[in-house]
Design a protein around this ligand. Structure first.
Ligand SMILES: Nc1ncnc2c1ncn2[C@@H]1O[C@H](COP(=O)(O)OP(=O)(O)O)[C@@H](O)[C@H]1O
Ligand SMILES: [Mg+2]
Length: 404
């Protein structure tokens, strides 16, 4: 029996937040953390006139529009830690100024802390909310341009789904609500809001298939740390090398390349964003990606003659440095290396090169022009930050290992 997705997302993730020196850091109150024993809490949501708000849509389910945008007013969801942390945020003050008429939405934290799983009957969905506290490397704001960008990417991927092979799926970001900008003089819009994420993987399938977060393959159980790792359950009775390559690693590499080549979007397939969808035969039917605030390689989009949005430049990249961060570090370093380390430790006779060699070959085969878009060495975040607190990038000088 595979535990529920929410259980795995919260509780089969111990020992994995070690991929960078910041990965274990959180400013979330204990009750709002994924790995706490608090099963759920109330998310305050205020009724705000719609003309105060920006609304972004990418084909939401009718029940989701009805829940969040029923008429002249919309629900404006505020994480309780934001509400408790005081009223000096102008958007929080504004939201409270409409009489404070509110609803409570019962939610549970997911692995990201600020994306909240809605515990209501009906179509499964999550709310990704503004959380300007640090979790891992960043403060987790949901600024207007960030919300809009996720909705735009979701819409474009949905329309272009035919570009992917049948093992690709994703969680759509279907509805976004933000406050209108109250300070047109600021260097960047600080107005914020939230996103509604549909939790039915797209494209839809008829049967129910369990979802397993990538990190749950090699993460320990919060309540029962001695439990065997899930990866050994998944490959039981199968050849470990071929099944891990064919069902997990090579599909993810193909998806990263397909997404890059067809859209210029940079998937971030670390263990938290890549979910395995398990078919009736116990094999991985699809990889389902969540979190669509992807980097956009403008050079690739120009090469494809695809539009480059001039009105929302969030995450637009001109050089190839972020391409390396997503492929070499998020996928290769944070996910594949950890998974292989668990396999090699549990199965003498395997070694890391057995996995890396075929991955490099597949990457070169399906992406012969990769030199044009990726740097020769691995790039990563530096400890330096820009004026908004965003980390700069640096060249590690290391040669890549998961691509030629
Ligand atoms: N094993 C893991 N690997 C990578 N990130 C993880 C892991 N476990 C938890 N996370 C958290 O996931 C968060 C990133 O996701 P985020 O963008 O906030 O939301 P979402 O993925 O729901 O869109 C980070 O805060 C990071 O700490
Ligand atoms: Mg994420």
């Amino acid at each position: 029996m595979i535990p529920s997705f929410l259980y795995l997302d919260r509780y089969r993730n111990e020992g994995t937040r070690v991929y960078s020196r910041h990965a274990g850091h959180t400013e979330a109150e204990p009750a709002y953390r994924p790995n706490s024993e608090v099963s759920s809490f109330d998310l305050p949501a205020f009724w705000i006139p719609r003309d105060e708000l920006n609304i972004y849509l990418a084909d939401p389910h009718a029940a989701q529009s009805r829940r969040y945008l029923p008429g002249d007013e919309a629900l404006f969801c505020v994480h309780p830690q934001v509400l408790d942390s005081g009223g000096d945020d102008p958007y929080l003050r504004k939201a409270l100024s409409f009489g404070g008429v509110k609803e409570s939405i019962r939610v549970s934290p997911t692995s990201s802390t600020r994306t909240l799983y809605v515990r209501e009957p009906g179509r499964a969905h999550a709310l990704k909310v503004h959380f300007p506290f640090r979790v891992s490397r960043y403060g987790r704001r949901m600024r207007d341009e960030v919300v809009e960008q996720a909705i735009n990417i979701s819409r474009e991927l949905q329309q272009g789904i035919g570009c992917f092979d049948s093992r690709f799926g994703f969680l759509r970001e279907v509805l976004g609500v933000t406050y209108k900008d109250l300070d047109s003089g600021s260097k960047r819009g600080e107005n914020w809001g939230y996103l509604v994420r549909d939790l039915e993987p797209f494209p839809a399938v008829l049967d129910r298939r369990p979802l397993v977060p990538g990190f749950s393959l090699y993460g320990r159980d919060f309540f029962e740390p001695e439990k065997p790792l899930f990866i050994f359950e998944l490959i039981r009775g199968r050849d470990p090398l071929t099944s891990v390559l064919e069902q997990i690693m090579l599909p993810i590499i193909r998806h990263w390349v397909e997404c890059f080549l067809r859209f210029g979007f940079l998937l971030e397939p670390h263990g938290q964003n890549a979910l395995l969808e398990i078919g009736a035969d116990g094999e991985v039917a699809r990889i389902v990606y969540r979190d669509l605030n992807l980097g956009i390689d403008c050079r690739r989009r120009r090469d494809l003659r695809l539009p480059v949005d001039r009105s929302n430049t969030y995450n637009q990249m001109e050089g190839g440095d972020f391409n390396s961060i997503t492929y070499d570090k998020f996928m290769g370093g944070h996910f594949f290396d950890r998974l292989v380390a668990a396999l090699v430790e549990g199965m003498p006779g395997l070694n890391v090169e057995d996995f890396r060699g075929p991955c490099r070959e597949e990457f070169a085969r399906i992406f012969p022009e990769h030199r044009r878009y990726l740097p020769r060495t691995i790039q990563y975040f530096s400890e330096e930050r820009d004026e908004f607190g965003k980390p700069l990038y640096e060249d590690t000088g290391q040669p890549p290992v998961w691509r030629p």
